[in-house]
Design a protein around this ligand. Sequence first.
Ligand code: PBG
Length: 328
Amino acid sequence: MTVFPAQRPRRLRRTPAIRRLVAETSLRPSDFVAPLFVAEGLSEPKAILSLPGHVQHTRASLHDEVKTLLGLGVASVILFGVPATKDELGSAAWDRDGVAQVAIRELKDAFGDDLVLMADLCLDEYTTHGHCGVVRGDGSVDNDATIELYARVALAQAEAGADVVAPSGMMDGQVGEIRSALEGAGYDDTIILAYAAKYASGLYGPFREAVGVEIAGGGDRKSYQQDSSNRREALREARADVEEGADIVMVKPAMTYLDVISDVKRELDVPVAAYHVSGEYAMVKAAAANGWIDGTAVAIEQLTAVRRAGADFVLTYFARELAEELSR
Ligand code: PBG
């Protein structure tokens, strides 16, 4: 006898019921937020090849998808608009009749408060150059001119009925500017979910296909999104966002920044979200399609890791698939 009777952790792993009883982390459909794309001028949903199982929705197919998600216990979605025409400033982002605003209005009419409706707040889907803000003559992005436009987008989204606006552009002061615009117009119940620590990542590739964004001149977002070398900087970003009026802070991507999720959860007392992004989804799907991994098992393992690191909820393209799986 070399093992002491007290040192048998395997006792707690013997059956599925015991394992569930002692599980430190849970993963439920209500932990997921489903990212959805709605495109202007489509007559039928259009497949997004690098995000298998996902489409650019028509307004009708968007409605049906949200209904299905609600039936599965996924009550939160984040909406991205794909406009028919773009311009230099991205004006369709704050147009009352812009594709996102029209869809928000319709979803709120149909589902009311059963649905937590989040609107991604950015300009890149709407600008000809694909940057998240106003581009100056020398190609740089003008921070202060950009956040004035973000305030307009926030008002348009709030007016349309969004419960949550989610600024994702990583401009300095964006949350404060949006909060004061919302307060000034009487939208004091509109929640701000700040993409607080958003890294300049190679994992957004499929998303850019999904929304038809190409950054002009082969450019990148390194002058506004965070550098992957930095950990402490994320806390500075997240604290600033909370001081400026964010209700929820988010870390993005997820798997490559579990340390950051853990730090933000420990240091701040607001809810923490994480975005398991398009490239993270696509990698699992591609390997599974080759028969190299069990995609569902890996998806559950990854999203459990994100929750274990400290995320209260997760934006994930696996929302529907895993909600179906978890309800089996
Ligand atoms: C910007 C935005 C991006 C994503 C969400 N909001 C792209 C970017 O910063 O280039 C990426 C989401 C994903 O990859 O799933 N509007």
